[in-house]
Write a protein that binds this ligand. Structure first.
Ligand SMILES: [Zn+2]
Length: 263
């Protein structure tokens, strides 16, 4: 049987024993509940966050996974039914209270990650405040795994002939392939449709501008079906390789943050 790492599946006794036996690091993911096109569930970022964190925690050792925070910041998806959002102020307080609870459990290192791009800017901005509040009790680290893994996956996707626009940034080829690994029964490939696939939108030079524009005008303005990318040829085989790339990027960044050599 695989080692238990998800805190919400463990009893308080198991958690206490795990921490006392050295599992003093915890991964806390900010996910989302938001539309992911006609073919993926609204819990996609939460499901992927859990899957990635679970695999990374097992590789890191001495690490547990906190309940994924969701909903988080999805204002730009509110044009679609099924999307939920917190305000930035509420998110800040929710995240702080989660970190306080984890410090209270006895964790010494809290690794903050986001499985949803819409959280990243606010998460990055509030980490110093939380780190100050927990100073002396727990260390707070930030890992921007979405950027790290997007960069790490690029050579592989290029080799496969998948453009940035097809890979996409939301419910496209990459995310759909990852979901075929994490939760295949929730993927409706027969409903997969092409979304926004203009190369210029995804060009690294324009990408942060594109993201701000979707925050201002909403994703629906750019893509009527909510897809940013083209998921139609997504595959389990590619998903498995992408999952490996993402988990490796998380483990490497986490090991660096903790001052350890990656296992
Ligand atoms: Zn997503």
């Amino acid at each position: 049987m695989k080692e238990k790492v998800l805190m919400e599946n463990m009893s308080w006794v198991e958690i206490k024993d795990a921490i006392e036996n050295g599992k003093k690091t915890v991964l806390l993911i900010s996910g989302s509940i938001e539309q992911h096109g006609p073919h993926l569930p609204t819990g996609t970022d939460t499901i992927l966050g859990y899957e990635i964190a679970k695999r990374a925690a097992r590789q890191l050792g001495n690490t547990l996974v906190a309940p994924v925070i969701r909903p988080c910041l999805s204002e730009h998806h509110m044009g679609f039914p099924g999307s939920f959002t917190l305000s930035s102020e509420t998110y800040h307080r929710v995240l702080k209270d989660h970190c306080e609870s984890l410090a209270n459990c006895g964790f010494k290192d809290i690794l903050l990650l986001s499985s949803h791009g819409g959280n990243t800017a606010v998460l990055t901005a509030i980490v110093p405040d939380i780190a100050i509040k927990l100073y002396g009790r727990a260390n707070v680290h930030l890992i921007d795994y979405l950027s790290l893994s997007a960069e790490a996956a690029l050579p592989f996707l290029e080799e496969k002939g998948i453009s940035r626009a097809k890979a996409g940034v939301h419910a496209g080829y990459s995310e759909t392939s990852l979901m075929l690994v994490a939760s295949p029964r929730l993927v409706k490939m027969e409903c997969a449709e092409k979304g926004l696939d203009e190369e210029s939108f995804y060009d690294p030079v324009n990408l942060s501008r594109s993201q701000i524009d979707t925050f201002i005008l909403g994703v629906k303005h750019y893509s009527g079906n909510g897809v940013l990318g083209d998921p139609r040829k997504a595959s389990l085989e590619v998903g498995e390789k992408l999952m490996e790339i993402v988990v490796t990027a998380v483990v490497k960044a986490a090991s660096n943050a903790l001052g350890a050599t990656p296992p």
